[in-house]
Design a binder for this molecule. Sequence first.
Ligand code: HEM
Length: 179
Amino acid sequence: MKGIIFTNFADFIGEAFGLVVWQNVLDATALEADGSYVGTMTYSDSEFMTLFSSACEHCQRDPIQMQLEFGRWLFPTLFSKSPAAVKLIDNLKEFLFSIDTIVHVEVKKLDPEAKTPSLNCVEIDENTLCIDYLSSRGMGYLAKGLIEGAANHFEQKANVIITPSDNPEKFKLVVTLHD
Ligand code: HEM
């Protein structure tokens, strides 16, 4: 997992729950990287999962709720790092189509070590999109939180229904856009 996810998670916990809580999370967790992360570096997925579980315990949040809250919080930071063409998009629907076809493609071009989830997006009808999440990280609820953060950014009302599958790597996200 890229360092940018670690550094933002640290900032999120510090901001939402307090810096002391983040320090306690670090102190209570056996870490390879000693708790200091650099955005452009890559760290093991298991290091992130260990930190994430420890943070859930210290903050008394269940992992689903924590992924949702972190995703909503994270969106503006990731959006600010989007390719220039994507920053010109002014609506949620077009933006959601661009994640798998432009945003994450550009991320991997710039950084071949990045492993972004597959987020295939299909239009069901004018106001409904179906997004298939696939990633060994199994962080479908983080994707849901990010989509909700995106709706907020575009000032568009949207309802996101997530359905897990038998495979922990796959989730279905149905996004309904409202006027
Ligand atoms: C609603 C929009 C987005 C969704 C749903 C989304 C979804 C995700 C998820 C769930 C992850 C966690 C890793 C995983 O599940 O495998 C991730 C990783 C990542 N995303 Fe996105 N993303 C969005 C927008 C963006 C934007 C705007 C950028 C900006 C350039 C971005 C860059 C990245 C990067 C750098 C990673 C880390 C990859 C790694 O650790 O190897 N994403 N994305």
